[in-house]
Design a protein. Structure first.
Lengths: 287, 247, 283
């Protein structure tokens, strides 16, 4: 079985082609996801990140131009099993209140598995497992109304609902955008826990470079529908790439060492996380 | 009109009208159903909800919007007639509003009594159809029996359902049903008066189309009102555990 | 697949710029003309009147250089329905009640066709065509924004009649402004739903139930979202001291031109002629 779970090459996509409102979202984008990695997808708004995710989940298929291979399935082929993709690739959207499909939390999380014909005991097991993973007490939340929850609670329910399908890949499409630092931290913990304990593969769409720096193994940069760069986080967020071209900045740590270096301090500019930066600055000062 | 309630009514009317337009002009406004047209409309539901939650005036305005949208969207002569498309729709929200306002404080016992009255009406209607002979002297037997059986089944089912419900939900359901029926009855009635349909055909469409629409409307309106107002029976999720045995 | 992104682009008719006079008319003129002409089509009951009216409307459409084919294209899927319904109407028209003196042409069991039936059906079809073209005249020559302003301005004077004209204008504005916003919400909800559809659709009777429940699942979050936005909007309006419409100055002003006067007088003439023809023949 191949190590590459998702392989997208030369993908083009235009929304509403042939109408006055046609928008070309992707032009020859590429993306490769390997098993067990946390892969960040970054780029300014409108660069096509969400579109790429939709192809990965089978929401958009077949591709008009280009190749999309997800988990051994070629989405261009007729026998492409879209439903398999939906099961194995869990997609979480930015706004949790758009993802509430049921009135009660328990039913909402069980929505996916319920379609597989599991019996109540099996469903309950999955729901409990999912709720534990997101830190929601089963007893307290299972009968609550989804629309009566707070934003943070709804977000956790949305994550749990996707998790209950036990997907191989989780795609978080801007799932932390607009959250306060504690909220972001909770999601980050969730990602790390699932990655370390279960070997879950993640695709994280984010514009928070600090988050990307601390979580991701690899980063792909999208700009105006094209893949501009892809590589290990250290490299992409490092000093050499010139992210500014794509409307992006380095992580805060990277910016600090950049500024200090420009101001004259002989500091290593490669750090991307705060601990690394602290160490580098300390080293430079005490040299 | 300048206090918060007035502003709220204006804004809600606007938003409900927006949803109506969205439902009327795109495919999401039609739900496949076992009816002659193949679709049950849900674009009248914002008008019902407007009437329920904001009062008859809002219901009227949203209903007007629905009628107008329906008129613009129509591709068959019957619905391109403004008297058929627009006029009846004014009343959808109004009847729903007054039903709700009238029964809002009703207790379960009063609602049960209402069901009893309803059953009596249905049986009376059935008897009337039977009692009036046809032109050639024969008596219609099938239709009254059908009406009676359907009536008893319906009322019986509602009775059982009512028992397990928060009475406020039942009133909401009833208001939704009245609103939806207003739509069906008035539209078909005017169509019939204008000569597009004979009364017999109109009745047929009314039953086969109207009943599924009423059910869909009731289900959706209940879900929306429950989500917005937090009312309704405490439900249990299907994955809830049985409470532990008390020793 | 991938058809979710059309929802926010709901438009009430596609604006087709052809640069004709009609495009340059004030939207208020067009709205008033629309209402008057619709009234005309409803009032007319005779062959001559319907044909004349249809002729006038067609002339107007041709004058705007709108592609006729485009207008009629929407009819194609509905054609069988139109045929069937018209035949049904012909067969079962309650002629006896409406026009008892009409000559009977066919009397065959439950089916009775009189000259009045034929006239009713023909007039209905002519009216239908007329209304189709009228709608096109309005919506294809006026942008949604212009329509909104027109409606707003027209509803304002209703205040003098005791109706809440200003409030109604505001309602119309809010509605038209929020359609694309709620459309985007709807898109997102549909996508979220679809991304969790992990089994193929069930066939047969289940399809209906599934579709119905899917519809309900879409509509409920949409309403909840709309109410959330309405609460924000109410607060915003209160914060800006909204106090009704009296004395408000406007950002956009619409101006009437000579062509508006001409157009309106023409339409008024047609309207009066229609009324007269109806009343005269009755008398």
């Amino acid at each position: 079985m191949s190590d590459t779970l998702i392989e997208i090459t030369a993908l083009d996509h235009t929304y509403l082609p042939g109408t006055p409102m046609a928008t070309r979202a992707l032009r020859g984008a590429s993306f490769r996801l390997k098993a067990g990695e946390i892969h960040a997808l970054v780029g300014p708004s409108g660069s096509g990140k969400s579109t790429l995710c939709h192809f990965a989940n089978g929401l958009l298929c077949p591709p008009a131009v280009g190749h999309v291979r997800v988990l051994e399935q070629d989405t261009g082929a007729k026998q492409c099993d879209v439903h398999l993709l939906r099961r194995e690739v869990g997609l979480v959207f930015q706004q949790p209140h758009q993802q509430m499909l049921e009135e009660l939390v328990g039913d909402e999380i069980a929505y996916g598995p319920a379609q597989l014909g599991l019996d109540t005991a099996q469903l309950r097991e999955r729901v409990q497992e999912a709720m534990a993973a997101v830190g929601l007490s089963f007893q307290r939340y299972v009968d609550r109304r989804t629309f009566a929850l707070s934003g943070g609670e709804m977000r956790r329910v949305a994550l749990a609902g996707v998790l209950a399908m036990r997907p191989r890949i989780m795609v978080l499409d801007e799932a932390t955008t607009g959250l306060d630092p504690i909220g972001k931290q909770q999601v980050a913990e969730f990602v790390r826990r699932l990655h370390d304990e279960r070997g879950m593969t993640f695709v994280i769409v984010s514009n928070d470079m600090d988050e990307v720096a601390s979580l991701a193994d690899r980063v792909t940069v999208l700009y105006e529908g094209q893949t501009m760069a892809t590589g290990p986080t250290q490299e992409i967020l490092g000093p050499a790439l010139g992210l500014a071209r794509y409307g992006l900045l380095r992580s805060t740590a990277g910016q600090i060492v950049d500024r200090l270096a420009e101001a004259g301090l002989d500091v290593d500019r490669s750090p991307i996380t705060l601990p690394e930066a602290e160490e580098a600055v300390w080293e430079a000062i005490t040299h | 009109m300048y206090d918060e309630r007035g502003i709220r009514r204006v804004v809600n009317a606007g938003l409900l009208l927006a949803i109506t337009l969205l439902l009327a002009f795109t495919r999401i406004g039609f739900i496949p159903a076992p009816t002659p047209a193949g679709n049950a409309t849900i674009a009248h539901i914002p008008a019902i909800i407007g009437g329920l939650l904001e009062g008859p005036l809002v219901g009227l305005i949203v209903g007007l919007g629905f009628g107008f949208a329906s008129f613009l969207q129509a591709t068959v002569p019957m619905f391109k007639d403004p008297l058929v498309a627009v006029l009846p729709r004014l009343f959808i929200g109004v009847t729903a509003a007054y039903t709700y306002l009238g029964l809002r404080k009703a207790t379960k016992a009063q609602l049960r009594a209402l069901l009893g009255v309803l059953l009596a009406l249905v049986l009376f209607a059935a008897w009337r159809v039977y009692a009036v002979p046809n032109e050639d002297g024969s008596r219609e037997a099938l239709v009254p029996v059908l009406i009676a059986v359907l009536g008893i089944a319906l009322v019986g089912g509602l009775y059982v359902w009512l028992d397990r419900q928060d009475p406020r939900i039942a009133v909401v359901a009833l208001a939704a049903a009245v609103g939806s029926l207003t739509n069906t009855v008035l539209v078909l009635g005017v169509a019939s008066m204008r000569g597009y349909l004979s009364p017999g055909v109109a009745l047929g469409i009314g039953i086969t189309h109207g009943i599924p629409e009423v059910i869909v409307a009731a289900v959706i309106v209940i879900a929306v009102v429950a989500a917005l107002r937090g009312i309704g029976q405490r439900k249990r999720s299907r994955v809830s555990q049985e409470p532990p045995e008390l020793v | 697949m991938g058809s979710y992104h059309a929802l926010r682009h709901v438009s009430i008719g596609q604006y087709i710029p052809t640069g004709s006079v009609a495009h340059r008319l004030d939207p208020r003129t067009k709205l008033v003309a629309f209402v008057l002409l619709v009234a005309c089509t409803v009032i007319t009951k005779s062959y001559v009147g319907s044909l004349a009216l249809l002729g006038i409307i067609l002339a107007a459409v041709l004058a705007t250089r709108l592609p006729l084919g485009y207008v009629l294209r929407g009819l194609r899927p509905a054609l069988p329905f139109i045929v069937v319904l018209s035949l049904l109407q012909l067969a079962f028209y309650n002629s006896a009640a409406v026009a008892p003196e009409a000559k009977v042409m066919v009397d065959w069991g439950p089916v009775t066709i009189t000259t009045a039936s034929v006239q009713a059906v023909v007039v209905a079809l002519l009216r239908f065509l007329g209304l189709l073209f009228l709608t096109s005249l309005l919506t294809n020559t006026t942008t949604t924004g212009a329509l909104t302003h027109g409606i707003e301005h027209l509803l304002r004077p209703l205040t003098w009649l005791g109706l809440p004209g200003h409030e109604m204008a505001l309602i119309a504005t809010i509605a038209l402004r929020f359609v694309p916003i709620l459309g985007e919400e709807g898109e997102a909800i549909l996508m979220a739903q679809a991304s969790r559809a992990v089994t193929p659709e069930r066939s047969g009777a289940w399809r209906l139930i599934d579709s119905a429940s899917r519809g309900a699942r879409l509509v409920v979050p949409l309403f909840v979202d709309a109410y959330r936005r309405s609460e924000e909007l109410v607060l915003a309006m209160q914060a800006r001291c909204y106090h009704g419409g009296r004395g408000r100055t406007q950002l956009h002003t619409l101006r009437l031109a000579r062509r508006d006067a001409t157009a309106l007088s023409l339409v008024l003439a047609v309207f009066i002629a229609t009324l007269l023809s109806r009343w005269i023949t009755v008398a």
